[in-house]
Design a protein around this ligand. Structure first.
Ligand code: NDP
Length: 328
């Protein structure tokens, strides 16, 4: 088995030297344990924060130890009466080719209708983030105009399609580059896609204001642009701020905060793992949307555990359309 360790803590952009690939040998599973051969692991933006030694909502990765994160795989040996060899399972022991886990740390997933990788994307944590962010945090209503940044990513592409299903009057997305923008409007049903690399986002968004709900994945210039474009009583979901994750120093905040007062705006942050109570509603609703074709996705797949760091860096450079995954 092979696994990726954090060798040192990155300052600003991570480099390959911050990571180490290690060969390991795993024992056979004991009672109530399973040995899983991972087939896909997720790389996610929140992992960048875990590379820093700071207190946050998830503990930092330890130095010289295997990292972790979402993964799916196949049970290859089982000491548990509840899990059989061949079962496909979802768990948190990513960044490694094989994992020995207590049976209670894995969840069997149904791969009869969707591939296992979907449980790392639209039917997994990113999809649930989109759903919670729209329905619980922004309290999106029918008829709202919704703007989503990072719209061609895993969370954003799900959020845009969900906003449409929830009755948005207009769905606006922003993404980097014409191909991503074409995907949003031609295949995912966004009304408007703004290429933030082609012209300043503030200038482009102004033409589509007022916006009732802003789903913020990016922060920085996008947040400032959205505040300018918000309708009175508009709601902003603070989901992420990827523009800032690799900055060596914090960037200045939006310069138009006074508009929160004049427009009576709300900004609310959230962490998806606090909303486990929404999970069954999410699986039921998103499952139905997948079944009827109204929730679709793309994956950008990088092959091999030794390319996982590249995949992670690529995610921050925007190499992915839809969910970034590593196939193991
Ligand atoms: P994505 O699939 O969206 O991948 C990241 C994308 O960010 C890239 O594809 C790139 O797209 C974009 N990006 C990178 N740098 C910039 C920049 N400077 N300005 C604008 N866009 C940039 O990742 P996820 O869908 O997994 O995550 C999206 C956001 O959601 C992140 O901020 C993440 O932290 C957050 N999140 C929050 C959760 C929560 O519980 N609050 C849970 C899960 C995710 P492009 O080519 O368009 O630039």
């Amino acid at each position: 088995a092979r696994e990726i360790h954090l060798a040192s803590r990155p300052q600003g952009w991570p480099t390959p030297e911050n990571f180490r690939s290690i060969e390991t040998t795993l024992p056979d599973p004991g009672p109530d344990e399973v040995l899983v051969r991972n087939t896909f692991m997720s790389v996610d933006p929140y992992m960048r924060g875990r590379m820093n030694d700071v207190k946050s909502y998830v503990p930092p990765f330890e130095l010289d130890a295997v990292m972790d994160g979402g993964a799916v795989g196949e049970v290859v040996a089982s000491g548990s009466p509840d899990l059989a060899v061949g079962d496909t399972v979802l768990h948190q022991a990513g960044w490694r080719t094989h994992a020995l886990l207590p049976a209670r740390a894995v969840r069997r997933v149904d791969v009869s209708q969707v591939p296992a990788s979907a449980y790392l994307g639209a039917l997994g944590m990113p999809g649930m983030t989109a759903y919670v962010g729209l329905t619980r945090i922004a309290e999106m209503k029918e008829g709202d105009t919704v703007f989503i940044s990072g719209a061609a990513g895993a969370v954003g592409s799900a959020a845009g399609q969900m906003a449409r299903q929830l009755g948005a009057a207009k769905v606006i997305g922003s993404a980097g580059g014409p191909e991503k923008c074409a995907w949003l409007t031609d295949e995912l049903g966004f009304d408007v896609a703004l290429d933030y690399k082609a012209a300043p986002i503030g200038k482009q968004l102004r033409e589509h204001s007022p916006v009732d709900v802003y789903f913020d994945n990016v922060g920085g210039d996008h947040l400032e642009a959205a505040i300018f474009a918000m309708a009175d009583f508009g709601r902003i979901t603070a989901c992420g701020a990827i523009a800032e994750y690799n900055a060596a120093a914090p960037s200045p905040g939006p310069r138009n905060m006074m508009m929160f007062v004049s427009k009576r705006l709300t900004l609310r942050g959230f962490i998806v793992t606090d909303h486990g109570d929404v999970a069954s509603e999410f699986y039921r609703t998103a499952g139905a949307w997948v079944a009827d074709g109204s929730l679709r996705w793309r994956e950008t797949v990088v092959d091999g555990i030794d390319n996982a760091v590249d995949a992670f860096l690529g995610l921050h450079r925007g190499d992915n359309t839809g969910k970034m995954l590593v196939r193991l």
